[in-house]
Write a protein that binds this ligand. Structure first.
Ligand code: GLU
Length: 326
């Protein structure tokens, strides 16, 4: 039987980490080929092309590198892959998955996975996550869904997933929405049908800078006051509660929003920003009047990715349509 073609890229992260010498901390050293060797079951499911595109801790991935990974993934689909799997560190996986999702123009799935336990650790979850990710990438029902994150037996939509635990095996969740699917006896099961997606063109420029600040009690306005002078092209704020800031922040934000796009998301970790509930200065109604966009369910980090990509393809005027909630 002709097996489907699957492409896997390793970028680094805990899934690729082990200690060079006993007693030392783990660092990314394990190649994609070695990762692949840890899942011999895969040879019965697919013809696999594997590449090590990086051996980086995920905190050091950047947008330029992600664009090169995307171009590799696009090429794999052109070459006939039915799906693509990317392994990377989990620390920034919620951001990279959203980045890829906004730009993934194929019906075929792109699946991102990693591990919470390093390669040589007892009970390492890397091989299980990789095999699950491959199963999801090979599944017919994964088509038309964009980018999925597969961790610990669950499937999460790229635009919803967050890392919500620093070290636990169950580190990922999609607050307010839940996983969009799971692996049941190795079968890919989705809990919801695919939703229509809007895909952005590749950014023509990559030098734009989008700042992200979190509101906090009694915070000064020094950084905010200097945002424009520092040359930022966009600003994302993790606001209190349903998307609120202090009165002193609101005054400065009004001036900033006249010049560059400003998004306020919630810093709570779950739920949506409000739109028409609170009328105090710094509340969402006041901020909207001042020209701010509310992020809805989009968390601050993903809102920053979205704004960076929109500015990169000169489509920041369409921001509101991307923040509309389903
Ligand atoms: N906990 C992270 C991981 O799971 C650390 C390193 C990284 O994100 O690259 O991979």
């Amino acid at each position: 039987m002709d097996l489907p073609q699957l492409a896997i890229a390793a970028l680094g992260g805990t899934v690729s980490m082990q200690a060079r010498n006993a007693g030392e901390g783990v660092v990314p050293t394990v190649s994609g080929e070695t990762l692949l060797a840890s899942v011999p079951e895969l040879t019965a499911l697919a013809r696999v092309d594997v590449e090590t595109l990086g051996l980086l801790p995920s905190a050091s991935l950047d947008f330029e590198f992600l664009l090169s990974v995307l171009s590799w993934a696009n090429f794999q689909i052109k070459q006939g892959a039915v799906g693509v799997v990317i392994t990377q560190g989990t620390d920034t996986l919620e951001e990279t998955a959203a980045f890829f999702d906004y730009l993934w123009a194929h019906d075929e799935p792109l699946v991102v996975t990693g591990a919470m336990r390093s390669a040589a650790q007892a009970g390492a979850d890397g091989p299980a996550n990789l095999l699950d990710a491959c199963r999801v990438a090979l599944a017919e029902n994964s088509r038309l869904r964009g980018v999925q994150v597969v961790m610990n037996g669950q499937i999460h939509a790229a635009c919803r997933v967050r890392k919500t635990d620093s070290l636990a095996l169950q580190a990922f969740s999609s607050p307010a929405f839940g996983p969009c699917g799971m692996l049941v006896e190795n079968i890919t099961r989705y809990l919801r049908p695919p939703t229509p997606r809007t895909v952005l063109p590749l950014p023509q420029q990559t030098t734009q800078k989008v700042a992200m600040l979190e509101a906090s009690l009694s915070a000064d306005t020094l950084l905010l006051e200097n945002i424009l002078e520092l040359g930022y092209d966009g600003l994302v704020l993790g606001g209190f509660g349903a998307g609120h800031v202090s009165q002193s922040w609101a005054d400065v934000i009004e001036k900033i929003a006249r010049k560059i796009p400003v998004i306020v998301a919630t810093r709570t970790g779950s739920g949506s920003t409000a739109h028409s509930s609170y009328g105090f200065i710094g509340g969402e109604m006041d901020l909207i009047r001042k020209g701010v966009s509310m992020a809805g369910f989009l968390c601050p980090r993903k809102a920053r990715i979205l704004l960076w990509l929109l500015i990169g393809c000169q489509r920041q005027d369409e921001l509101a349509s991307f923040l509309l909630e389903d």
